[in-house]
Design a protein around this ligand. Structure first.
Ligand code: MN3
Length: 274
């Protein structure tokens, strides 16, 4: 049997969603999201030879389990979003960049055990600009941001928003197109690496913002405009450079054609808890 890490924290964004909604939004491939990391696995914990009762009779026989963040399956093939986002970009972005954030987040938590066992959104809310939070900030943000980003894209395009979510977009931005213009503008203006966001502010109003690096609007002690992320789009060059080179605007336009409005609306309505 394949050994797998003990998992408690991953998929905080989606794991609490109503089952019926989850299946509706994800389809069969996505439904594997919750079980695939555990299937065929046995629990593995970080071991220390001195924890062994034989090596140390004083050690408890039951070792504490390491609580790891893990990367959820992508839910679609690497080439599923092509030509808007090519498979090589997806392979590197999901398999190297995002995976690296998860690995480094777990390493950072080992250096700062006060953050162990926290749901990811709670971890982000406790991030400050202190130097010893920098690894947690970059990699915790990187993990959350990419988990959201993968879920927001839908192979083959996207239906238009509907219902109360569309009504709020319309009243805030004039129209769905008005929102998309604002999102693309925020992404285009973000200097260097970062993210553009649709957030829900504390007063319930929607707003478009951007953050540098892997900062996330849930980092209330760090960002200028805190809020609950509804939509996030990666504007790091690694997200688009192989296909679009310096044409960030073209990539942002392509992202809008992939946007899964059903997922965005479910996050906004808290059917998917963030
Ligand atoms: Mn990225």
């Amino acid at each position: 049997m394949q050994a797998c890490p003990q998992v408690i924290v991953e998929m905080p964004i989606f794991v609490t969603m109503k089952k019926r909604t989850f299946l509706k939004l994800t389809g069969a491939a996505g439904a594997g999201l919750l079980v695939a990391p555990f299937a065929g696995c046995e629990t593995s914990t970080e071991s220390n030879p001195m924890d062994s009762p034989a090596a140390n009779p004083q050690a408890p026989s039951k070792k504490p389990k390491l609580k790891l963040h893990v990367q959820a399956p992508l839910g679609y093939a690497l080439d599923a979003l092509a030509p808007a986002i090519d498979s090589e970009t997806m392979g590197l972005h999901y398999g190297k960049h995002h995976a690296g954030y998860v690995s480094k987040l777990n390493m950072a938590i080992r250096q700062n055990t006060a953050f162990e066992g926290l749901q990811l959104e709670d971890l982000l809310s406790q991030i400050t600009d202190a130097d010893d939070h920098m690894a947690l900030r970059n990699n915790g943000g990187g993990h959350f941001n990419h988990s959201l980003y993968w879920r927001l894209m839908e192979p083959g395009g996207a239906a238009a928003p509907t219902g109360p979510f569309k009504a709020l977009l319309d009243s805030t931005f004039g129209s769905t197109e008005g929102f998309l213009v604002a999102l693309k503008s925020a992404g285009g203006k973000q200097f260097g690496s970062g993210w553009a966001w649709l957030i829900e502010k504390a007063d319930g109003q929607l707003a478009v913002t951007s953050t540098p690096n892997q900062d996330n609007p849930l980092m209330t002690q760090v960002v200028d405009e805190p809020g609950r992320p509804i939509i996030g789009v990666d504007v790091w060059e690694h997200a688009y450079y192989l296909n679009y080179q310096n044409r960030r605007g073209d990539y942002l336009q392509a992202f809008t054609t992939l946007l899964n409005w059903d997922v965005a609306a479910a996050i906004w309505s808290r059917e998917i808890e963030v």
